[in-house]
Design a binder for this molecule. Structure first.
Ligand code: ADP
Ligand code: ASP
Ligand code: MG
Length: 439
């Protein structure tokens, strides 16, 4: 049995947290490959080391003094080293970092030091070997991730390892230039290691007892999901459930390696198992609810648009030509609505509108901003009638106006558009009807 274990920032924010992590790893001899994040928040209002590094490097490139900020970061690590009673020094590493910041070596390099240093401490604490991710996670010349080379490098390097720590979040180009994944990317690193070593399980340890049915910052004490499929998870992560980086499922999915989301602060909880497929019926009709804010919609009206061949294509082409991605596209007989990300659309708004006028000569175009999209996801919806009806009734009850509802043909999810101000209440109302009262 081989397990890859990834620990998130809050699981490694202090010596206390490191001790919990050490206990978890030592409790199971198959936990041989460890992927740590940088130290996260120790308490609410605290700053993640990654953010401190971005800010410190920002000062360095503006030719401002950055020594104090770097010293503060150093303090975070020293506190951990001292708290663990390790005889271990990061003097040389910090000297090198100071030098490289002075040379303005790169923003990604700066951010990556968070995981790099934490990895070194973790390796010393566990007595595992430290493997710099720059040697085993490869990016191409253009900065895009090189999946094949990474898999070969990782598999070869870890082949005979008895226990290794590979810091998350970054890798390097062949010439050594450091490149990071997007924020939260240590989840992706863990998944890559799991694929390369042919792990039986990828454990992702965080600060919640698994994937919760709804965002705990919106719904109070939501229940956790026992088993979820990769597909359901993809829908939820894409729509903003931020527990796991949205790209983290691809490497393990390929090899059918399950992911287990666990809680470092409650290791006895079973957490959530993410699998390819399952015969287990979910407890509720829905598996989870997630949502994102910050959308705008463009509704195009034209009498008889349905009989005009090529109408949709022409409209979509306008968006393509302006490099705007489309999120959803519900339509009626004489109307079609396009949901886009507000930030992406805003700056090109007038050009897009005039291009639509020119190409399809609509009767009317209506814009609406400050919209949110909510995804209600669940494999159980296929076998249940009346889900959309229950959604409407729950939202009507909460006096929420539904702007759009769109059911994917997979019957795995229903997307609902609501106004920004109704966003949180809508999620609470949906949780209430599907999970709490189940009526
Ligand atoms: P880590 O630092 O361990 O990578 P993250 O902060 O990236 O952890 O992810 C865990 C956080 O995700 C939780 O603390 C919680 O606030 C948030 N979250 C958002 N949606 C959900 C959800 N559906 N289930 C669980 N946690 C969620
Ligand atoms: N430390 C990085 C971040 O804050 C990566 C991660 O935590 O996964 O985004
Ligand atoms: Mg994370």
């Amino acid at each position: 049995m081989k397990k890859v274990v990834k620990f998130g920032g809050s699981s490694l924010a202090s010596a206390e947290q490191f001790k919990k992590v050490g206990k978890i790893i030592r409790a199971d001899a198959s936990r041989k490959f460890v992927v740590p994040s940088a130290p996260g928040k120790r308490f609410s209002g605290d700053t993640k080391v990654t953010d401190m590094l971005y800010s410190c490097y920002g000062a360095a490139i503006r030719e401002k003094k950055f020594a104090d900020q770097l010293q503060e970061i150093r303090g975070r690590y020293q506190e951990i080293i001292d708290g663990l009673g390790l005889d271990f020094s990061l003097d040389q590493d910090f000297e090198k970092i100071r030098e490289n910041f002075g040379k303005k070596i790169g923003r990604d390099y700066a951010a990556s030091r968070g995981e790099y240093l934490n990895g070194k401490i973790m390796a010393a604490y566990l007595g595992y070997e430290f493997i710099d991710a720059a040697d085993v996670i490869r990016f191409g010349e253009d900065g895009s991730f090189d999946e094949e080379t990474t898999n070969q490098l990782l598999a070869k390097r870890l082949e005979d390892s008895k226990g290794a720590v590979i810091p998350g979040f970054y890798g390097a180009k062949a010439d050594g230039t450091i490149v990071t994944f997007s924020r939260g990317g240590s989840d992706v690193s863990g998944s890559l290691v799991a694929l390369a070593v042919g792990a039986d399980l990828y454990e992702n340890w965080t600060d919640v007892s698994g994937f919760l049915i709804a965002d705990p910052r919106i719904v109070k004490n939501p229940r956790s999901i026992e088993t979820i499929t990769y597909k359901e998870l993809r829908e939820l992560s894409y729509m903003g459930a931020s527990v796991l980086h949205e790209d983290a499922i691809f490497p393990v999915r390929k090899a059918g390696i399950p992911i287990n989301i666990r809680n470092t602060n409650a290791p006895e909880d079973k957490g959530t198992l993410i699998v390819e497929g399952t015969c287990r019926q979910p407890k509720y009709t829905i598996t989870g609810i997630a949502g994102t804010d910050g959308f705008a919609s463009i509704t195009i009206e034209k009498a008889m648009m349905n009989s005009e061949i090529g109408f949709c294509r022409k409209v979509l082409q306008v968006f393509e030509e302006h490099d705007i991605s489309i999120e959803h596209m519900p339509s009626g007989i004489d109307t079609m609505t396009i949901f886009v990300h507000k930030d992406e659309f805003e700056e090109k708004e007038q050009q897009v509108l005039s291009a639509i006028h020119k190409t399809v000569k609509p009767d009317h175009i209506e814009l609406e901003s400050d919209l949110a999209l909510i995804a209600v996801v669940g494999r159980g919806m296929r076998a249940t009638r009346g889900t959309a009806g229950r959604i409407f009734s729950a939202l009507a009850h909460a006096h929420i106006n539904v702007k759009m509802i769109d059911q994917g043909s997979s019957e795995l999810n229903i997307i609902i558009g609501v106004r920004h101000d109704d966003f949180k209440n809508a999620i609470r109302a949906l949780y209430e009807i599907f999970v709490v009262t189940q009526i």
